[in-house]
Ligand binder design. Structure first.
Ligand code: AMP
Length: 184
């Protein structure tokens, strides 16, 4: 297809399409990991547009802003925010944000990490949708929800393209409204 409005597809057709597009990269970034590469979804105009529309749909009219997690969360979060007519809050790795930040440390499968958000990015009572590409252990999302809540925001839900069911992120994220296109 060259330009124009991509054709809209139903949920099942979209799942099927995105399933065929997501690429498994065995041994990246370390030998024991199979990386879920979403770049073929981004490269497909119709799949990208339909995925963004699907991620945003349940939250239309119900969120004040979108919090997107570095780095692939930015790629999906920005168009979701645009679709919802909201602003975007970047949640980043340490040292990347220029103004005053608040930080949240969390455990990874191996080791520890910290994420940061500008202290003035959200205000008390702001209704926030969190967007990321892949849910694995759920640790990053949990830390993001935590820093948003510390700032007084209300986490309305989480929208993600894919969850790795075996890693049981869903168990850790109990109580959050998870809107996930694919579970593998
Ligand atoms: P987690 O905190 O374990 O849920 O995962 C944190 C981040 O790592 C997410 O933002 C994902 O983008 C990324 N991630 C974890 N595992 C994978 C994977 N197998 N393929 C692609 N991205 C992953």
């Amino acid at each position: 297809m060259s330009g124009g409005t991509p054709e809209r597809v139903g949920d099942d057709a979209l799942r099927e399409r995105v399933t065929t597009l997501v690429r498994d990269v065995v041994g990246f970034p370390q030998p024991d990991v199979t990386f879920k590469d979403i770049t073929p979804v981004l490269a497909d105009a119709a799949a990208f547009a339909d995925t963004v529309a699907w991620l945003a749909a349940p939250f239309a009219g119900n969120v004040d802003t979108v919090a997107a997690i570095e780095a692939r969360g930015f790629i999906l979060g920005a168009p979701v925010a645009y679709a919802l007519g909201t602003g975007l809050v970047p949640v980043r790795k340490v040292g990347k944000l220029p103004a005053a930040t608040m930080a949240e440390a969390y455990l990874l499968e191996y080791g520890e990490a910290t994420l940061e958000m500008h202290i003035d990015a959200v205000g008390p009572g702001d209704r926030v949708l969190i967007v990321d590409d892949v849910i694995a252990t759920g640790g990053t999302l949990l830390a993001t929800a935590s820093v948003l809540r510390r700032a007084g925001a209300v986490v309305v839900g989480v929208a993600a393209l894919l969850e790795l069911a075996a890693m049981r992120g869903r168990d850790r994220l109990e109580g959050l409204d998870l809107h996930v296109l694919l579970s593998v």
